[in-house]
Structures are given as structure tokens and as C-alpha cells.
Design a protein around this ligand. Sequence first.
Ligand SMILES: *Cc1c(COP(=O)(O)O)cnc(C)c1O
Length: 386
Amino acid sequence: MSDGFLPYGRQTIEEDDIAAVAAALRADYLTTGPTVEAFETAFRDVVGAGHAVACSNGTAALHMAMLAAGIGPGDVCIVPSITFLATANCAVYVGADVVFADVDPGSGLMTPQTLAEALHRAKGRRVRAVLPVHLRGDVCDLPALAALAGEAGAILVEDAPHALGSTLKVGNHLERVGDCTHSAMATFSFHPVKTIATGEGGMVTTNDPILAGRLRRARSHGMTRTPGADPWLYEMAEPGFNYRLPDINCALGLSQLAKLPRFIDRRRTLAALYESALAPLAPIVRPATRPQGSDPVLHLLTVLIDFAAAGKTRRQVVDALAARGVGSQVHYIPVHSQPYWQSRNGPLDLPGAQAWYDRCLSLPLYPAMDDGDVARVVDALQAALG
Ligand SMILES: *Cc1c(COP(=O)(O)O)cnc(C)c1O
């Protein structure tokens, strides 16, 4: 058991990761070299998708997905209010509008009911994309969301940075997050707190070769080269961006991906330890609700706390945890309540998002934690709640 500070999440970098990066620095290509495709191929195979396109971060992945889908001014994207800012910002980058969906107050996820309600509010407008977020790592009801989106003429783009390794049981099938069985595309992030780390980094997966081609063009200035043409020749039909992921980062990504099974095991073990250690703190502290069929690899260990019943404010609990060396975080402030969105979209009441926000608190969870760390966190939480 460590007696240092436990952040809510952190990377696991080992000697062979460092060696992989050092080798990349000695190689011929620092960027746009062969390690990019090697990382993409390995990632594609891990999640079970036809194509994977690496990019500079998870926000770029979302932006590229919007560009590939041809979403633009006058179009509407439906985004759950409980997510990171980037899920909604990507619509702004392409000139589209956002209609925020509410979430289930127990799981924090967009559900068929909250999507149907958001679609109702968007009636008469051109809804082009629905962006469910697998918050914490728990998987949304993708078949039902896809059916509703399809009826509305929209595609599903999964914002999946929390859910690398998570699966969803549909009938007798086990579907992997990122295999895009029900969605056009899925996006990932390799920020240090996420399941694997490349420093900054992102990925988009899809089964559609046309979308994969558009993603690659959007990633690199909109440039295309025709095999067999003059070697200097490139063409641009539409401007793109520089959202490339360097070989240095891809080398780290490949090394990290090889450890994913071990990271998954450790996250599952720690989550199970938390579940039993937290049980005596009910009903003041409750686990987030597990959606039907979801088998998560939790990115975040988020609990719901009845602060009023405990007679404490969240700030008091957060400060008391920090005083005992335990980090915590709030995932997330409802995005629809941000000043930008309030002034752009006007007032909106989303009771599920508000209820989730009022109670949620994420506790430390990352592979390098040992079993004693979980006990230490739960003891600190019990003391903080009085
Ligand atoms: C981390 C995250 C992003 C953004 O990823 P970056 O790599 O930090 O740009 C987007 N959406 C969700 C849900 C995330 O957790």
C-alpha cells in the first residue's frame, strides 16, 4: 500500500514503454512512419473494427468524425449533458448545433428514453448525429439508440474514451466497444488518465472504408495521393487539418496496447474490491447503476453520494479526502449548464443530469493501485462522511 497521494486516475508507464519510445526516437521516422499503421492495425484488431485511424487526441478524433460524416451548418448533433466538453465542442467546430439529451440519474448515461425526449425537442430540425458517451466505461444501450437515431435519419458516433475493453451483451453476442456494430464511428483518447496512454493521442474506428478514407484526409490537410501518379503529386478537394499522431506516440501506444489485458484485469479486480468495501456505506454511498448487458472495464470509479443525508457538502468531502491523500474528481458538470451553451441554446432543465451531478464523485482507479489502496480510499471516505 502506498502512502503517497492517490490521484483519481493516472498512467502506468513501465521500463519497456520507455524503451519503445527510445527506439522510436532512434528510428528513421519521428512522424508519418510505419509505427502509425502498426498501432492502427493492432488497435483495430483489439476492438474488432474494420478500420482504425490514429490522430493527435480524442478531441481531434471527434472533430474528424464530424468532418467525415459531412456534418455542417444547420445540422443538429444530440449529445448527453453528462460528458466532457469536447463531445459538444466538436459540433461547434463544423458549424452544427447541439441539442442536449438528459441522462439516467443512476448511471449518468444517455438512454433510449432520454434520446427519444431529445429527438422530440429537436423535431423539425435536421438531426444528423447522435453521440452517446459510455460514461465511466459502462456501455449505453447501443441497439436501441441506433434504432432511434436511424428513424430520425441520424448516424451514431460513440464517444468511447472511457470504454476501451468494455463489452455489451446483445442477445447471445458479446460486442466490443469500438467494433461499430451499431454505430458509424467510435472515438477514443489516450490521454494519461485513460485506459492506455500515449501522452496525447486519439483514434477513430469504423467499418466503412469510405468514412476511413475521409478520416485520413481530414487528419492530414485534406491531401490525397494516387498510387502510380507522379511522386510529388498530391491533390486537395477539401481543406483538412494536421491531426497526425507521431510515430513516437504510436510506439508508446503499441507498447501500452500489449498490456491492455493486464490493465483490464487489474481494473476489474480493483472495481470488485471497491464494490464490497463500499457496500457497508449504503445507502449514503451507492454505486452507479449498471446498464443491462454492459460489462465494463471501468475508467472511472464513480459513486453517488447523498451529501444532504450525510450532513456534508461535496466540498467538505473532497477536502477531507485530499487531507488523507485521496484525490477525487467530478465527472461531469452538466455541459448544457456551461455559460456558452446557456447563452447559445437558452435555459434548459435536465433533471437526470442535475441529479447525477449533485451526487457523483469519482474515486482513485488505475492499474498501479494495490488492494490496500482501495481500503485506504474507502476508510478515508467513511471518515470524510462522518
Ligand atoms: C478524454 C475525453 C475526450 C477528449 O479526449 P482528449 O484526448 O483529451 O482530447 C472526449 N470525450 C470524453 C468522454 C473524454 O473522456
